[in-house]
Design a protein around this ligand. Structure first.
Ligand SMILES: Nc1ncnc2c1ncn2[C@@H]1O[C@H](COP(=O)(O)OP(=O)(O)O)[C@@H](O)[C@H]1O
Ligand SMILES: CC(=O)N[C@@H](CCC(=O)OP(=O)(O)O)C(=O)O
Length: 288
């Protein structure tokens, strides 16, 4: 699991801030409590340039016995490529309108570029990763969500067998958000919704969405530290929660049914994943 060719300074345990837990406080997470726990982490496309720090944390937590599953997005990079290719970019309620040409670009960017970059970075940092997408191993099945969105999938079932196998073999699975339609063709799926359904299917202990904001903002610009479904619905109706935050909040609400800890935090801050294990207010936590 550990790559001896990686410089010692890059190994995650060689950082003074890696003391994230207090054994005196039962509400905090101790090292022994990590063993066998499954953490699903959604790496927002808006945070990819800060991925190194998050990936170091993932390797650290895996070494301490947790099962780490990464789901990534890539919206901004897809937009860049579509613009270069003079293909229009259009979103409806945070979901990309995806025609056949757009689907090809989405698949190339998510599976060919971003997924492989993340898996390679994990390897460079001394960990082991396997890059997959939801069409591999019959992982994610869905159907066209709404004809007006084109090839966008709503998730019907998740088959986590392949992910479990990869975890058991000591790798960090890195998942790109595509899935299979009823006819076996690829569908573009929102990465937040994929992370949410996968966390449920894996009986995950935690689901952490890393984005480019400190949490969910209220109308007055303050961060909301705790949010339940009813409050979230009210903020959606008031258009305080909008755009890319819409599928994220729907994903959080869906996950709450099965996952005990669901939160949104800023993936652009240093070692945020380890900090989410501390008993400090960080980001927005969803409560039942
Ligand atoms: N109430 C809100 N609080 C925070 N962010 C919001 C809110 N409503 C909309 N947003 C937008 O949602 C964005 C995060 O969603 P998205 O761009 O899809 O990120 P990611 O790529 O990390 O999934 C924020 O950058 C912000 O512009
Ligand atoms: C249907 C749909 O919208 N799919 C997304 C998939 C990537 C994603 O979710 O990326 P972020 O995490 O950066 O938002 C898209 O095409 O942008």
């Amino acid at each position: 699991m550990i790559n001896p060719s990686v410089p010692a300074t890059d190994q995650p345990w060689n950082r003074h801030e890696f003391i994230p837990m207090d054994h005196a406080s039962p509400s905090k997470c101790s090292f022994s409590q990590l063993k066998g726990k499954t953490f699903v982490v959604k790496l927002g496309g808006s945070t990819l340039e800060y991925q190194r720090s998050v990936l170091q944390d993932c390797i650290c937590l895996q070494i301490l016995g947790a099962n780490i599953v990464l789901v990534h997005g890539g919206g901004p990079v897809i937009n860049e490529w579509l613009s270069k290719l003079h293909i229009p970019v259009h979103f409806e309620h945070g979901l990309r309108v995806t025609d056949a040409q757009t689907l090809n670009v989405v698949r190339m960017v998510l599976c060919g570029q971003i997924n492989k970059e993340i898996a390679t970075t994990i390897t460079q940092l001394g960990g082991q990763a396997v890059g997959l997408c939801g069409t591999d191993g019959n992982l994610i099945q869905g159907h066209i969500a709404d004809e007006s969105l084109g090839y966008v999938g709503a998730i019907d079932t998740i088959n986590p067998t392949l992910i479990r196998q990869v975890l058991d073999d000591g790798y960090i699975p890195v998942l790109a958000p595509l899935g299979l339609g009823p006819d076996g063709s690829s569908l573009n799926m929102n990465a937040d919704l994929v992370a949410s359904h996968l966390a449920g299917a894996l009986n995950a202990t935690r689901l952490t969405f890393l984005s480019n904001i400190d949490g969910i903002y209220n109308a007055d610009g303050t961060i909301i530290s705790e949010l339940n479904e009813q409050q979230a619905q009210a903020l959606i109706e008031e258009h305080v929660i909008r755009d890319g935050m819409l599928p994220k909040v729907h994903a959080c609400i869906h996950a709450l049914e099965e996952v005990p800890c669901v939160q949104i935090a800023n993936g652009c801050t240093s070692h945020v994943l380890l900090h989410t294990l501390e008993d400090l207010p960080i980001g927005t936590k969803f409560v039942r």
